[in-house]
Ligand binder design. Structure first.
Ligand code: URA
Length: 272
């Protein structure tokens, strides 16, 4: 896949991805219940990118990630370290709301993750903060629970680039638990130092980046021990159909009613 280099070219490519993602029908169950695709929002050339889990009700209605209560906490955590949403890009593992805020399924994550990987490639953050278990497990390709590794910085290769990865608790886990808020605050306090270090040395193609933190042994699936209140979760069957859209460098087919790629409404995408 071609890699646009300049910030302008990457921004345009991101807008094309947005237009393409808006028409995504890879997960028919989610297509049937979503109001809209929540692609991600923020600074298209951000050094710092956050990856959450999936849109909730507020995000589904507004089309922008983290605009509900967890989002307000995220904004206040950012403010405490002198940042605003305009400084960062915020995306989710899933771009569509799982009904009743249930957990994303493995199948949905697999179908949706190419969008996230393409976003990471186009935005080129040097620091990626994963919020909670789903984002952390996906980016680390490892089932170790967030509660065991939060606050431990790693160098991680994501696609073609190595980033500084900081796994932290999901903000929703801190809404009713002050001790989790303190953990989030202490982990967010690491961000300025990570940004100051600049981009990590880029390892060769295919070469795995080493971990910086004192990692835990891996191999367990301890998804259940995340402390965030996930609300009413319900198991669902795996969607199997509808594989018709792909992240790509090609001009994407805009969703019905969307303007042509170049004229995409940036406010709608929430780009700064
Ligand atoms: N929780 C998430 O993980 N993402 C959102 O966008 C909102 C809440």
């Amino acid at each position: 896949m071609a890699r646009p280099q300049s910030p302008e070219a990457r921004r345009e490519a991101l807008k094309e991805q947005y237009a393409s993602a808006r028409a995504c029908t890879r997960c028919p169950h989610l297509v049937a219940t979503r109001t809209q695709v929540v692609f991600g929002a923020g600074n298209a050339d951000a050094d710092l990118m956050f990856v959450g889990e999936a849109p909730g009700r507020d995000e589904d209605l507004k089309g922008i990630p983290f605009v509900g209560r967890a989002g307000r906490l995220l904004e206040s955590l950012l403010a405490e370290i002198g940042l605003t949403r305009e400084d960062v890009f915020i995306a989710n593992v899933l771009k569509c709301r799982p009904p009743d805020n249930r957990n994303p399924t493995a199948d949905e994550i697999e179908r949706c993750s190419p969008w996230l990987m393409r976003q990471l490639e186009l935005i080129r953050p040097t620091v990626v903060v994963t919020l909670g278990n789903f984002a952390t497990k996906l980016i680390r390709e490892d089932p170790t629970s967030i509660t065991r590794i939060r606050g431990r910085v790693e160098l991680r290769r994501i696609g073609t680039r190595t980033v500084r990865l900081l796994p932290v608790l999901h903000p929703a886990a801190a809404l009713y638990t002050p001790s989790n808020r303190e953990l989030l605050q202490s982990d967010f306090a690491l961000i300025a130092g990570l940004l100051a270090q600049g981009a990590p040395e880029q390892t060769g193609e295919g070469e795995a980046a080493g971990r910086l933190g004192e990692g835990e042994a891996v191999g367990e699936d301890d998804r259940a021990d995340e402390t965030r209140p996930v609300g009413e979760r319900e198991p669902v069957g795996d969607p199997r159909d509808g594989d018709r859209c792909e992240p790509s460098d090609e001009a994407a087919a805009p969703a019905t009613g969307a303007p042509a790629n170049g004229a995409l409404d940036e406010a709608q995408l929430g780009l700064f």
